[in-house]
Design a protein around this ligand. Structure first.
Ligand SMILES: O=C(O)C(=O)C[C@H](O)[C@H](O)COP(=O)(O)O
Length: 247
């Protein structure tokens, strides 16, 4: 409990880097999660996703040579926002940030990771399942909360159910997102979605069918584009987080 007591207070003011992150999520609403067995394959996955119109790219830290992959993607796609995922330790986070990661996802909620992210102004997204876990991650300073694995939680229905009490928290469902269910998740209240195997289908990657992956990405981006602009964006304009808190 000591650590919790020394953690940041309940809903903290959003500072500039957090506001920028939420606005980026609001604009793009999908994050392509790259888990690759070779640097070449991971780079091709990233380029196919970007060709299809995806702007936010995440390199999972259990990819093969993630530092080299992150560098290769940054060099090839300087217009994209490139971050990291599956960050499990503070040391991993330090290396990722030193390599230029612009955001960080983890599958769990770690006080050390959240605190380091806030210190260096890198948006840090903690993984959580239950309402208690989601609220705890938010209270500990997560810039948004990854609801993971959404497939096991009932997908859009789960997000709808928690909107009442937790609708002010920017949520990013992941783990089971597909081009087909992404719009339902966004309509149910997700700020953005994280998608890996639903975008980078195993057989497409195996056969190096980058065009097929690009097509999947285009479909996803087009589907998101059909969403009503009035779909509420969580975090910038609702309930306990309001404009007055944005500096
Ligand atoms: O570990 C992290 O930090 C991640 O971001 C992991 C990804 O969210 C999932 O691996 C997505 O998995 P799919 O179900 O294949 O879309």
């Amino acid at each position: 409990m000591t650590a919790l007591h020394s953690a940041p207070p309940h809903v903290q003011p959003l500072v500039e880097y957090q506001q920028r992150w939420l606005q980026t999520l609001q604009t793009h609403r999908a994050i392509a999660v790259i888990r690759a067995e070779t640097v070449e394959s991971g780079l091709n996955m990233a380029m196919a996703a970007a060709e299809g119109g995806i702007h936010l790219l995440e390199v999972t830290w259990n990819s093969y040579q993630p530092v080299a992959l992150l560098q290769a993607i940054q060099k090839a796609l300087p217009h994209c926002t490139v971050g990291v995922g599956t960050i499990l330790t503070e040391e991993d986070l330090r290396v990722a940030i030193a390599t230029g990661a612009q955001f960080c996802f983890s599958p769990h909620t770690s006080i050390a990771l959240l605190s380091h992210g806030r210190t260096v102004h890198i948006p840090t997204v903690a993984g959580a399942m239950t309402p208690t876990e989601i609220l705890t991650a938010w209270e500990l300073g997560a810039t948004s909360v990854k609801v993971f694995p959404i497939k096991a939680l009932g997908e859009a229905t789960y997000l709808e159910c928690i909107q009442g009490p937790l609708g002010h928290i920017p949520l990013i469902p992941s783990g089971g997102v597909t081009p087909e269910n992404a719009t339902d998740l966004l309509s149910a209240g997700a700020t953005a979605v994280g998608i890996s195997s639903g975008l980078f289908r195993a057989n497409h990657v195996r056969h190096q069918d980058w065009k097929a992956i690009q097509h999947q990405a285009t479909q996803l981006v087009e589907a998101i584009g059909t969403l009503s602009l009035t779909t509420e964006f969580k975090g910038l304009n609702k309930k306990t987080i309001n404009h007055a808190q944005l500096k």
